[in-house]
Design a protein. Structure first.
Length: 234
């Protein structure tokens, strides 16, 4: 896996200007949150206004958490989404019922916070749950606990995560506490297929810092350049 292949998503977009900046910077996807308890959540009217101003070529991912099916349907009737992302206790069947590509988010805090004696059991339980989502495009591994929302800005135990993620049979996305100044180290330590940032490129929840977005992408370019030089030397 090289940085040039890395999928980059910014979550919690609420303003068209932030989506434009992300697109210009080379971000692949943006996340639109439809979880009422989140400070980044959108109403249908807000989502519709945002949808009308979004750039073509920028993937749109809709985030839900244990949402009633009629709420998901209402969002899909209002705006175009390319993928769904589920953050709650949704079963594989519930994620698949909409006939759309999806990402399943799984919190890793229960494993990362376990004692040395308990960790092997927690890892086995976590992997058993992860393997249930066989039709998911990817798994998103966040630093929060099971059934919680992301966006906290807290990082995970990357060493434990790296060991566990190597046992997955599908692409996975790293989230939780990523920032322009630590993303390079995260890529070195855990080698994900994608990254997902929210608070790490914000001035406040839902309001993105354009300077941080551009700094993030420059950091990724530096890592990619280093990998290219290392490959040439080899």
């Amino acid at each position: 896996m090289t940085v040039s292949d890395l999928w980059v998503k910014l979550c919690g977009i609420t303003q068209a200007e932030d989506a434009h900046c992300a697109h210009r910077a080379g971000v692949d996807a943006v996340g639109l949150v439809f979880v009422p308890q989140s400070p980044r959540s959108l109403t249908l009217d807000q989502a519709k206004a945002l949808d009308q101003r979004m750039d073509d070529g920028l993937e749109r991912v809709g985030l839900f958490m244990d949402a009633p099916s009629d709420w998901v349907a209402a969002v899909l009737d209002t705006i175009r989404l390319d993928r769904l992302q589920f953050h709650g206790s949704e079963s594989a069947n519930e994620c698949e019922r909409y006939g759309m590509p999806y990402i399943k988010a799984l919190g890793f805090a229960d494993v990362a916070g376990a004692s040395a004696d308990d960790r092997p059991m927690r890892q086995a339980q976590w992997l058993a749950r992860a393997h249930q989502y066989r039709q998911a495009d990817a798994l998103l591994i966040d630093s929060h606990g099971s059934g919680q929302m992301g966006g906290s800005g807290e990082t995970s135990d990357w060493q434990a995560l790296s060991y566990t993620a190597r046992q997955l049979d599908r692409p996975w996305i790293l989230a939780g506490g990523l920032r322009p100044d630590n993303v390079a180290q995260a890529l070195i330590e855990v080698d994900p297929h994608g990254i997902d940032l929210s608070s790490g490129v914000e001035t406040q929840p839902g309001i993105k810092d354009h300077g941080k977005i551009n700094e993030l992408m420059r950091s990724l370019e530096r890592v990619a350049s280093h990998q290219d030089r290392t490959s040439d030397d080899g």
